[in-house]
Design a protein around this ligand. Structure first.
Ligand code: PMP
Length: 466
């Protein structure tokens, strides 16, 4: 039997922290501390705030992981979970169905572009992307073209932590020590204008990306490519906003070559950019599938899904293999509690929060942009209520002060002391607060971030590393 310390003994010292160190495996851990690590304990939330284990009030700068869109402690959402669980807490989706999932699908279909009017529900974003990919494979198998399965993805992308979805990830740190289904994936450049080749205009960079895409399709052969998967704005890559018009041009190439376009709106969906879906509203693209999660329940329940074009379903209906089964399902597909929460969450978004997010976003971006006067800051970029402060050694070299300096983490630690949670990404700080954030709270967030960056600059100077 494993050596387990008496949990009562540990509880007397510092219950959750000590228990975590003994029994919890945290996400994205390092080998040296895996299974023995505690992280900042938070005990409650309220609106845009979290309260940590010391009773300290912190602005939730990243809104959890881009997900607490309507804010913490929403009584309406807590109540609907209770009521739905008391009515019907679960049903087996293999041979029964529930009303909330059908109603939610209708509401989602109303917002989705074109004929994307059917939804397959999952337990989160990774399983949503995984579902879209497996659906593409099934679709092409049934249609008699089993070789058409390569997946196009890009540097800077993050699409999940299941095996196939993770194989699409483009950030080196996600891949360095991990296996991946590399034979199924073709990687393209990150569409990051900040890191485009020196001297290249944004327009030329866009042409370069589009040419690379077209050339890759030619080289691999359209008959071998099943889909392209892309975030409208690469979130975890550092809020990377591709040059204007790029997504639409990629969409057109996909259509010309019968390559399915999967728009991963796990972050951008449900209000982060001021709309339920951003693909059509902001980028003028009509994908074949949209994946979503996070904001669909504002993080109150683990739910995600794929919105699928009716055309694809009809193709399957009419295929020569009507008995072929899509061998894919999850115990919690169409979960009634998750779908009921999502319906209420959508009511809240429609009832003023989407309008608020759109109204406050320019102020958020403009205030954060003022941080560009700090010499450590290379660029502040963003859209809607997502933004990234990217730090560099200097603006000329754009040296990202890699891992050894841990700039993002240093800024996060200072900000934590000052009352703000930051999402550090190597040399970047991501900000994506709950959509209900007010202008005063934005001022407070930016003031703390400024002070956190200033203190980090002092540290780096004192250590003589900057
Ligand atoms: N796609 C994108 C764009 C994401 O940002 C994430 C998570 N950060 C995922 C997929 C995976 O979602 P989940 O963590 O819910 O599995």
């Amino acid at each position: 039997m494993a050596a387990v310390r008496d949990s009562r003994e540990m509880a007397a010292e510092n219950p959750a922290v000590e228990l975590a160190k003994s029994h919890l495996v945290q996400p994205w851990p390092y080998a040296g501390s895996i299974g023995a690590e505690a992280r900042t304990l938070v005990t409650s939330g309220d609106g845009v705030y979290l309260i940590d284990g010391d009773g300290k009030k912190l602005i939730d700068g990243p809104a959890g992981m881009w997900c607490i869109n309507v804010g913490h402690r929403r009584e309406e959402l807590a109540r609907v979970m209770y009521e739905q669980a008391m009515e019907l807490s679960y049903n087996t989706p293999w041979y029964t169905m529930n009303a909330p999932s059908a109603e939610l699908s209708r509401r989602i279909a109303e917002y989705a572009p074109g004929d994307l009017n059917h939804v397959f529900y999952t337990t989160g974003g990774s399983s949503a992307v995984e579902t879209a990919l497996r659906f593409m494979q099934f679709y092409n198998n049934v249609r008699g073209r089993p070789e058409k399965k390569q997946i196009l993805s890009r540097g800077g992308a993050y699409h999940g932590s299941t095996y196939l979805s993770a194989s699409l990830n483009g950030r080196p740190r996600d891949r360095d020590w991990m296996d991946a289904a590399d034979d199924l994936v073709v990687k393209l450049s990150s569409p990051d204008p900040f890191r485009r080749p020196k001297g290249m205009s944004a327009e030329a960079f866009c042409d370069f990306l589009v040419d690379e895409f077209r050339d890759t399709v030619k080289a691999v052969g359209a008959q071998n490519i099943g889909c392209f998967v892309g975030e409208p704005i690469q979130a975890s890559g550092g809020v990377i906003i591709a040059p204007a018009g790029y997504l639409k041009r990629i969409r057109d190439i996909c259509r010309e070559n019968d390559i399915l376009y999967v728009s991963d709106e796990v972050v951008t969906g449900f209000g982060r950019l001021g709309h339920v879906f951003a693909s059509e509203e902001l980028f003028d693209i009509e994908p074949d599938m949209i994946t979503f999660a996070k904001g669909v329940t504002s993080g109150y329940f683990p739910l995600g899904g794929v919105v699928i074009s009716e055309r694809l379903l009809k193709d399957l209906n009419r295929s020569n293999h009507p008995d072929a089964m899509f061998g894919h399902g999850l115990t919690y597909t169409s979960h009634p509690v998750g779908c009921a929460v999502a319906l209420k969450n959508l009511d809240l978004l429609e009832g003023g929060i989407l309008d608020h997010a759109r109204a406050v976003a320019p102020y958020f971006q403009q205030r954060l942009k003022t941080l560009e006067d700090l010499p450590l800051v290379g660029e502040v970029r963003g859209a809607g209520l997502m933004a990234c402060v990217e730090c560099v050694a200097d603006r000329e070299s754009k040296d990202p002060l890699q891992l050894d300096k841990d700039v993002g983490k240093r800024i996060d630690q200072h900000c934590h002391e000052l009352g703000l949670l930051v999402r550090p990404l190597i040399n970047m700080c991501v900000m994506s607060p709950p959509l209900v954030i007010t202008k005063d709270q934005i001022d407070h967030l930016v003031a703390i971030l400024r002070e956190g960056i200033s203190r980090t600059m002092d540290d780096l100077r004192k250590e003589g590393v900057w």
